[in-house]
Write a protein that binds this ligand. Sequence first.
Ligand code: OGA
Ligand code: MN
Length: 212
Amino acid sequence: MSELPGDDGASALIDAAVADALAERGFAVALEFLARGEIASLRADAERRRAAGEFHGARVGRGAAAQRDASIRGDEICWFDAPRASAAERALLARLDALRLALNRELFLGATEIEAHYACYAQGVGYARHLDRFRDDDARVISLVLYLNEAWRDEDGGALLLYASPEASEPAQEVAPRGGTLVAMRSDAIAHEVALARRERFSIAAWLRRRA
Ligand code: OGA
Ligand code: MN
């Protein structure tokens, strides 16, 4: 294995498969996007930040209209900031940047930057069906979610339900939030929701963005 994330053959194959699925269906699921050791490090960093009080209740809406409404969205989040990122967080951002470049090349996305946050869903918490793109802001092109949960069982709930279009009534796919799984979706087209988690559930949400 190479030292640099994103420059080995396995990563390139994963990125190509993600690009193909995005082109074909608007979403992609990669079950082993990161190795277990990397996932364990990110999970430990997430828990350390949570214990240090760096998470806060996620809000819905944007700018001055943003408000906490746990009946829509109950997770707590912690934005990544590159200057204070841990080694594992820096490696993840580098890996996602390689994915960004691959998707730009294959899908002509023109994504120029990445934003990312940890999310923690407590027991009994979910996120109602939504699109990740704000009506007044089309900067987000691709939404990414990476899961940090070892040994997640189906009865733990917390599945991500993906809808093929904003109008679709039935989910096209359900994804269990198992450690190492990455979901990619078109931010403008793929509605999704997080089913109630019955166990504490950690993820990283990231967006590939065009410059505003
Ligand atoms: C989000 C989101 C999904 C998940 O943060 O916008 O949809 O599975 N997260 O954590
Ligand atoms: Mn979302």
